[in-house]
Design a protein around this ligand. Structure first.
Ligand code: FBP
Length: 549
């Protein structure tokens, strides 16, 4: 592999880890747990893994060397910076248990387990990928592990390779699968532990114990760098409004964090739009008003941050999408054979009155995007819906109307952007490099402690790494019952932006000033070498959340 000078230097970086993970480690049981909601249902569905205690790792005494253990690892779902370091931490951890331990990576996500596609991850492979971005060491995929047939097929290869523990690195859906798999293997006494790791740039897999999902830090820093660059372009050319959609499927954590880092003129937060029951028209008016206000000072330029999931949070759109999800889940075969030119008419004829009218009012492109294939978890693929274009077009139309009524005298020219894939495979920031390595190493400690159905957890991460707290959280603790793909299922509850949380409050306290300002912040690129104040800072979101505790 040809490497850049930065890659060569970066490969030598030694991730910082919690003090408790240096040397012998002891598992300490904490409180017994309950699921966040629907306790009776979850308990019934997970009789073997429900209610287990929280685990914390502390420094242990010198102990006899343990037996070697073979471990499998899967990268699941969207890429997130730091995944390779989770695997490196896991590798080093199981080698510290016993140097003859072996690590197997399943290829291209959960599908690799079912199809028996794997490779042994030896020291030379691991060394090649330390501190690098991407998931290309073994690849990732979105196959949903949900049927007993799949679990049993997976078990065949786990048995063949004498794998005693499987680590699934994924987001809320993949960790839900990890929990179901752990329960199943325990119920049949399969002798395979299952451990999850919290991954997703979206930042929506977090709770009291899981402070953040890995990748969020780096992805937000990458997007904030380019938003800052665009804002400098705004101040230089003074001629465009930039509509910037940011990834983050449902929750608006990425948009909010980028707003806190860059101070844009407008940032829409989906969770607020939902709480205020805004219509699409309200959102358009809100943006157009700021454009008109800035135009009074000849500031015919600015930035608008739009979370990827916005469309799903506008209540009327949400109702429409829920009905579409159910309808398409039940009538997929029939819908697929309808000619593309007839599909819109067909959907309009099948929906209930309000939803049908709303669907009929949408521009063709967006209407079509709403009926595209769902992901394997039954979710609309919001990254395919061009909300940034939709809003830019609707704002232009609104301003043209206002111009006719002499309510707007400025100029309006829009540029649209979507930042998502650009940040998912970036080389991990120091925070993500350290956090991920620690998560992987902690997973090896959970394996050594004989745990299953746990998620690897590293807390107190706004303090210096030495003081980070490593442990494990029962995955059932994060679950509730939700409607997915037309059925009620146990799933990990998504963490949305809290409107009474410190990051949102900080945004609200500043947004009016930012709306009119040209005093943007330009965060610049991620720095890997240099002073701690520049290189080792966690996200503003995490700092505010920790301060609030
Ligand atoms: P995960 O939840 O699997 O981490 O993926 C998150 C994400 O990056 C979202 O932000 C985005 O909507 C989606 O993946 C895009 O998926 P795909 O890579 O399949 O296009």
């Amino acid at each position: 592999m040809t490497k850049s000078a930065l890659q060569i230097e970066r490969a030598k970086y030694q991730p910082k880890v919690p003090a408790a993970l240096k040397g012998n480690v002891k598992a300490v049981d904490g409180e017994y747990t309950q699921s966040v909601a629907d306790q009776e249902d979850i308990k019934k569905l997970f009789p073997h893994t429900y209610g287990m205690p929280i685990i914390t790792f502390e420094k242990g005494k010198e102990s006899k060397p343990a037996a070697a253990v073979n471990v499998g690892v899967i990268l699941s779902g969207g890429q997130a910076p730091g995944g390779h370091n989770v695997i490196a931490g896991l590798f080093d951890g199981i080698k510290a248990i016993n140097k003859d331990s072996r690590l197997y990576g399943f290829i291209l996500g959960p599908g690799g387990l079912i199809d028996h596609k794997y490779k042994e991850l030896t020291a030379d492979i691991i060394d090649e990928y330390r501190n690098t971005g991407g998931f290309d060491m073994i690849g990732s995929g979105r196959t949903k592990l949900e049927t007993e047939e799949q679990f049993n097929k997976g078990l065949e290869i786990l048995k063949k390779l004498d794998i005693k523990a499987l680590v699934i690195i994924g987001g809320d859906d993949s960790n839900t699968n990890a929990c179901i798999l752990a329960e199943y293997y325990k119920s049949i006494d399969a002798g395979v532990q299952v451990i999850g790791c919290p991954k997703t740039i979206d930042g929506d897999l977090k709770n009291e114990q899981i402070e953040t999902s890995f990748g969020f830090d780096t992805a937000c820093k990458v997007y904030s760098e380019v938003i800052g660059n665009i804002q400098r372009d705004c101040n230089s050319a003074q001629k465009y409004w930039h509509f910037i959609k940011l990834m983050g499927r449902s929750a608006s954590h990425i948009a909010l964090e980028c707003a806190l880092q860059t101070h844009p003129n407008i940032c829409i937060i989906s969770e607020e739009a939902e709480a205020l029951e805004l219509t699409l028209d309200d959102v358009v008016n809100q943006i157009a008003k700021t454009v008109a206000l800035r135009a009074e000072d000849d500031r015919n330029f600015g930035t608008v941050l739009i979370p990827e999931g916005l469309i799903e949070f506008i209540p009327a759109m949400k109702r429409l999408m829920a009905e579409l999800n159910d309808f398409l889940a039940k009538n997929d075969a029939e819908f697929r054979i309808i000619k593309r030119s007839e599909q819109r008419k067909y959907i309009i004829s099948k929906l209930t009155k309000d939803n049908s009218e709303l669907y009929a009012s949408l521009p063709d492109g967006v209407a079509r995007q709403l009926t595209l294939d769902r992901d394997p978890h039954g979710n609309v693929q919001v990254s395919l819906i061009e909300t940034e274009k939709l809003l830019a077009e609707m704002v232009a139309t609104r301003l043209a109307e206002w111009k006719m009524d002499c309510k707007f005298n400025g100029k309006f020219a829009a540029q649209v952007h979507f930042f998502g894939y650009e940040g998912r495979c970036a080389a991990p920031s120091n925070y993500d490099a350290d956090y991920c390595y620690s998560l992987g190493y902690t997973a090896s400690c959970l394996i050594a402690a004989g745990k299953t159905g746990y998620m690897s957890s590293v807390r107190n991460t706004t303090a210096p790494a030495d003081k980070w707290i490593a442990g494990g959280i029962p995955i059932t603790m994060m679950m509730n019952m939700e409607k997915r793909h037309g059925c009620i299922k146990p799933v990990i509850q998504k963490a949305l932006v809290k409107l009474n949380g410190a990051p949102f409050k900080e945004f609200v306290a500043n947004r009016e000033a930012w709306a009119l300002s040209t005093d943007y912040v330009y965060p610049g690129p991620i720095q890997y070498f240099g002073p701690t104040e520049v290189c080792d800072q966690p996200t503003i979101t995490l700092k505010l959340e920790q301060k609030e505790k």
